[in-house]
Write a protein that binds this ligand. Structure first.
Ligand code: MG
Length: 214
């Protein structure tokens, strides 16, 4: 199968880190934030409630976002640059779709050669002094079903679209008719392995090319 639009999740897919967890640990609130994440994963609290709650505990300022942006690049997954370059050389449109913070991901996107207009993530707002103001709680990606909504939005002509990701939210893209390649190179999640159209376990992202380029 050959795809025209190729979307990548960011955390634990293009980069080996989970950005919000790293920010929480840096701020000394790792346990409190992890408890909220677990509550959302168990269905006790809706994702849309937990999203802003977690950021309101962490309150990352501009310096914290610059710090995690650098970490995303330092921990880039093996083969990520080469896979993006290979796809773009074949005139495929490459996007990043992430529930993470847009400003933290943009430098990684630039490093990979993905245009900023193809980066779909949640905006963070700062006060004039660089302190934390809030996150865009209206963002589709701060809500359940967000990845499917973005897949529809970027693909009005219903071209063949594939999404590569490690997590449960990445599977939502299937609701928009996308093919999902589960990536287990950083973290293996059995539920994703079970429901993804394809699954790769290799450490290098280059392993997904065999499913994308016919
Ligand atoms: Mg992920």
């Amino acid at each position: 199968m050959s795809f025209e639009i190729v979307c990548f999740d960011c955390d634990s897919t293009l980069s080996a880190i989970e950005g919000i967890d790293e920010l929480a640990n840096r701020a000394g609130v790792g346990a409190a934030v992890a408890a909220l994440t677990t509550a959302a994963m168990n269905g006790e609290v809706p994702l849309e409630d937990v999203y802003a709650q977690r950021l309101n505990i962490i309150k990352p300022n501009q310096a914290a976002i610059d710090w995690v942006a650098e970490l995303y690049i330092q921990r880039v997954v093996d083969g990520a640059l080469k896979v993006v370059q290979t796809l773009q050389a074949q005139a495929k449109s490459v996007h990043i779709i992430s529930g993470g913070l847009r400003q933290a991901i943009l430098p990684l996107a630039a490093y990979l050669g993905v245009p900023a207009t193809n980066v779909h993530a949640v905006d963070i707002m700062f006060n004039a002094d660089g302190s934390y103001q809030g996150v865009d709680t209206n963002s589709l990606l701060a809500k359940t079903g967000g990845k499917a909504a973005i897949c529809r939005q970027i693909n009005p002509a219903q071209a063949k679209l594939v999404l590569i990701g490690d997590g449960q939210t990445d599977l939502e893209a299937q609701l928009a008719g996308a093919t999902v390649i589960g990536f287990g190179g950083v973290v293996t999640r059995p539920a994703v392995q079970l429901s993804a159209n394809y699954y790769v376990q290799e450490a290098s992202l280059l392993s997904v090319l065999r499913f994308i380029i016919s």
